[in-house]
Design a protein around this ligand. Structure first.
Ligand code: GLN
Length: 251
């Protein structure tokens, strides 16, 4: 399994210990794919009928693009937030998914692999129907416009993004950010840890896009229609709110 995504978790003091791997694509036997095996059956008053918000009896399935980058950490975060994670390595894996995550890593490498696997058009087509959440390199791949240097992208979210924009000195760090009220009202209030690793900066946000979190005045979590992008790595923190927000967007 490719694990080299151009940076080390230890660079930013984030441990990846105890993170279970992804459940294999469409493995119906996996415990992880069937969270109802750890259900609330024994809890009085929590029958599924009376708990319409529960994802437990009918979990959403989120694909994690697993060609390169930190896809394992996203799988764990998705499962912590109450959905099922499956690997996506080929166009056929996109069938039957409720949403997709494009992880952090190295966007140029991922782009090459996407071409090698003939995944560019299938991903664009998927994004016209279903939500996609891109973190860091994933945000770069989803953007309409990429600079420093310019490179091809999926063009699914109307932002302009500059790669490696914090420069060498601020290469990687863990910051504390205060989400916008909109984010807090759709999840829950409170500051959030934001792990930045050779992060890009979102330089332009289209008219239909909404900034949900800023850091030092720059947008770091942006939503446009069904899609969201983060320039930080919520999958490397224990705060589940960004993944929960994404799960809310799945039909
Ligand atoms: N610097 C990487 C790129 O340009 C992104 C880094 C990341 O995903 N953490 O693709």
């Amino acid at each position: 399994m490719e694990k080299d995504f151009g940076f080390q978790m230890s660079d930013v003091g984030v441990s990846r210990d105890n993170q279970p791997g992804l459940s294999p694509t469409r493995n119906p036997k996996s415990e992880i794919r069937n969270p109802k095996t750890v259900s609330r059956d024994n809890q009085p008053g929590l029958s599924p009928a009376r708990n319409p918000k529960s994802e437990i009896r009918n979990p959403k399935t989120v694909g994690i693009l697993s060609l390169q980058g930190d896809f394992d950490a996203h799988a764990k975060a998705v499962e912590r937030a109450g959905a099922t994670a499956v690997q996506v390595r080929a166009a056929a894996d996109l069938e039957a998914l409720d949403g997709l995550i494009i992880p952090g890593g190295e966007s140029t490498t991922m782009l090459k692999l996407l071409h090698a696997e003939n995944l560019m058009e299938p991903l664009r087509e998927f994004g016209r129907r279903r939500p996609i959440f891109g973190t860091c390199a994933g945000a770069i791949l989803l953007a309409n416009e990429v600079s420093s240097p310019a490179q091809e992208s999926l063009g699914l979210i109307d932002i302009g993004i500059e790669r490696n924009a914090y420069g060498r000195q601020l290469d990687s760090r863990i910051a504390n950010v205060t989400p916008e009220t909109e984010f807090a009202s759709r999840t829950s209030p409170g500051d959030m840890e934001a792990v930045f690793i050779r992060a890009p900066i979102i330089r332009r946000v289209g008219g239909d896009a909404k900034v949900l979190v800023h850091y030092k005045g720059d947008p770091v979590l942006v939503e446009q229609g069904r899609h969201i992008v983060a320039t930080f790595h919520p999958e490397l923190s224990t705060d589940p709110r960004v993944h929960e927000l994404f799960l809310q967007k799945l039909a």
